[in-house]
Ligand binder design. Structure first.
Ligand code: BES
Ligand code: ZN
Length: 622
């Protein structure tokens, strides 16, 4: 063999190696099938947005300037993601600083991926300027008219980029494998305040002309913007709330443990690396509970319950400052690395700030939710490393990456003990700061730094089962709350008429106990008992959106009709998917229910975010 190699001229040999290593590098890098970007050849390092927000035409217009780093110096093509964008012209700047117009091709629209934008660049192109505007149907933006806001006088706009909606308002390499720092100049109506996932300055002059800078590199799904009649109130030196006036004080009172949450998380998982941590309270149509936009989590108003009972949402979005924002899933198949770790860290923060009992109750409720959801999910959707099969990642959303991911980490914590496991998680974050990581690489890291480091505790087969197999392993941890066991006993006695209603010890119940109680009432409960409960506690009009959600769901199932007028109002005002989708689903199961739901939906649909519309359209076959 040696002598044969000697016969080949050195140049040919080295060329062969060069080509084969480049091919290997390329093919191993392009793991994200949800982007058109040729990010194996060129990556964007910085983004400058120069945009005008026009509420009249529901459009963002201006240009995006992309600073490029070429990995393949022979390439002269930049491929970007877009969806429903109108591209006017593109300029390229070479290393000598000269700008020149270049040609581009915008391909046909694909329902999942949008339209591929291919730009022919010049050799040594350092920067591209894409002049464009977004259109009213942008899937990543929701435009609200003044009437749709609480104040009723000024309009509101917010973005929701995760998973692949950044491309509907920015032409960009829309993959969690590419990170950019960004700056932006945003112009809008003089009386509105603009905020971004960047350096917001509460005391900035409200003049409709704002400048932002984000020095930490983030993937496209974490670029965020919101505009409205926003006001700011500080909660601590590092935290504060942006909200419309009607809810600002309530939000500050509800979330004033945010600083304690940061301090706790820092002790366990290392420095918070993003500077400020503020919250933005969105209108009720926000389709999620929260979104971890860096420095500025976006939060639904439906968690402002008046008693801090739903603040695990803040712990969750804050936890993403480590898992997700700092260490990022490489593709949307690896979402469990973001959400599983975050659910785990969230619960650890809750335990540290609010105590073990509450943390266990939250675990137990989530596990119940997961167990019922798994029964309904396609088996392939119950594995952590999910097979998206080319579907829109939004359509494969479930509690599996969250709660099964969290249970996997609790399992490891139980096996190795907190001390070792916490040290592992801290190191995992530190080793991957501002990087993306996929499931395979994670598994390798996990073996090297935990399961092989302390051998004979957890086998490779067990890790494999957790990550790649369907359903829940038989050795899944089972969080047990003694408070819930007490409720089980009391409820059973009451349902069997062994004890009186007044003996239910509800006066001390927390939200979690109420939720457990309602979620576990049997479907053959008689309507008299439902009426007694409602008369005493007015569950139909509870101020807590999670309670009403659970109560409405049960009521639809058992045929308790007194809820309908209140549920109508609920569905008309709230657009958070988690709270409304299960209700529409349940209603759609019967003919009368579906007719009622359709009637509500016709009126409510206009106020819902396009993500919620997509899901509910499918349920009601609209
Ligand atoms: N990042 C998610 C929201 C998300 C996930 C948007 C996937 C698009 C695709 C956010 O952090 C989240 O998980 N929100 C939850 C919070 C809850 C688990 C406490 C929500 O909105 O309900
Ligand atoms: Zn999350």
């Amino acid at each position: 063999m040696k002598s044969f190699i000697r016969l080949i001229p050195l140049t040919i040999l080295s060329l062969f190696f060069l080509i084969s290593t480049t091919i290997a590098a390329n093919s191993s890098k392009l793991t994200d099938v949800y982007t058109y970007a040729n990010y194996d050849q060129v990556v964007t390092t910085h983004l400058y947005l120069d945009l005008n927000i026009d509420f009249g035409s529901m459009s963002l217009a201006g240009f995006a300037e992309l600073s490029l780093k070429w990995l393949d110096t022979n390439s002269t093509e930049v491929v970007l993601d877009t969806r429903d964008l109108v591209i006017n012209k593109i300029l390229a700047q070479n290393s000598a600083g000269q700008w020149q117009q270049v040609s581009f091709n915008l391909a046909e629209h694909d329902d999942v991926l949008g339209a591929k934008l291919t730009i022919k660049t010049l050799p040594n192109t350092d920067k591209l300027r894409i002049y464009y505007h977004s259109t009213p149907q942008a899937s990543g933006l929701q435009w609200l008219s003044p009437e749709q806001t609480a104040g009723k006088e000024k309009p509101f706009l917010f973005s929701q980029n995760q998973a692949i909606h950044a491309r509907s308002w920015i032409p960009i390499q829309d993959t969690p494998s590419v990170r950019v720092t960004y700056t932006a100049r945003i112009i809008t109506n003089k009386d509105l305040l603009v905020v971004m996932s960047a350096n917001n300055e509460p005391n900035t002059e409200r003049d409709g002309d704002y400048f932002f800078s984000m020095p930490q590199a983030v993937p496209a799904y974490l670029i965020a913007i919101a505009v409205g009649d926003l006001h700011f109130k500080a909660m601590s030196h590092q935290t504060g709330v942006y909200a419309e006036k009607y809810i600002l004080d309530a939000a500050v009172a509800e979330f004033d443990d945010s600083q304690a949450m940061i301090d706790t998380a820092e002790k366990m998982y290392g420095k918070y690396r993003w500077g400020r941590y503020d919250l933005l309270i969105l209108p009720p149509s926000f389709p999620f509970g929260g979104m971890e936009n860096p420095r500025l989590s976006f939060i639904t108003p439906t968690v402002i319950a008046g008693d801090k009972s739903l603040v695990n949402l803040i712990a969750h979005e804050l936890a993403h400052s480590w898992s997700g924002n700092l260490v990022t899933n490489e593709t949307w198949r690896d979402l469990w690395l973001n959400e599983g770790f975050t659910s785990y860290v969230e619960n650890r923060i809750m335990e540290a700030v609010f105590g073990k009992d509450r943390a266990i109750m939250e675990q137990a409720l989530d596990v119940q939710g997961l167990t019922t959801e798994i029964i309904e999910l396609a088996p392939g959707d119950t594995q952590l490393y999910i097979d998206l099969k080319g579907r829109d990642p939004d359509h494969a959303f479930s509690s599996v990456p969250y709660t099964k991911g969290q249970l996997f980490l609790i399992y490891l914590e139980n096996k190795f003990g907190r001390e070792r496991f916490d040290a592992f998680v801290l190191d995992y974050f530190d080793h991957h700061v501002f990087k993306s990581i996929g499931t395979t690489k994670f598994l390798k890291y996990l073996k090297a730094n935990l399961t092989h480091k302390y051998p004979n505790i957890v086998s490779d087969e067990v890790l494999h089962e957790w990550i790649y197999k369907q359903g829940l392993p038989r050795y899944v941890p089972k969080p047990i709350s003694t408070a819930f066991s007490t409720i089980d006993n009391e409820t059973l006695a009451w349902l069997n008429d062994e004890t009186k209603f007044s003996q239910l010890l509800t006066s001390d119940w927390t939200l979690h106990e109420w939720l457990y109680f309602i979620n576990n009432l049997p479907l053959n409960i008689n309507i008299d008992k439902m009426t007694i409960l409602d008369n005493k506690f007015d569950l139909t009009h509870s101020k807590n959106a999670e309670i009403t959600h659970a109560w409405y769901l049960l009521s639809i199932r058992v045929g308790y009709d007194a809820i309908y007028p209140a549920m109508f109002k609920y569905l008309m005002t709230i657009g958070r998917r988690k709270l409304i989708v299960p209700l529409y689903k349940e209603l759609a199961d019967t003919k009368e229910g579906k007719a009622w739901a359709l009637n509500v939906y016709i009126k409510a649909r206009l106020g819902y975010h396009s993500l919620a519309r997509g899901t509910i359209d499918a349920i009601l076959n609209k």
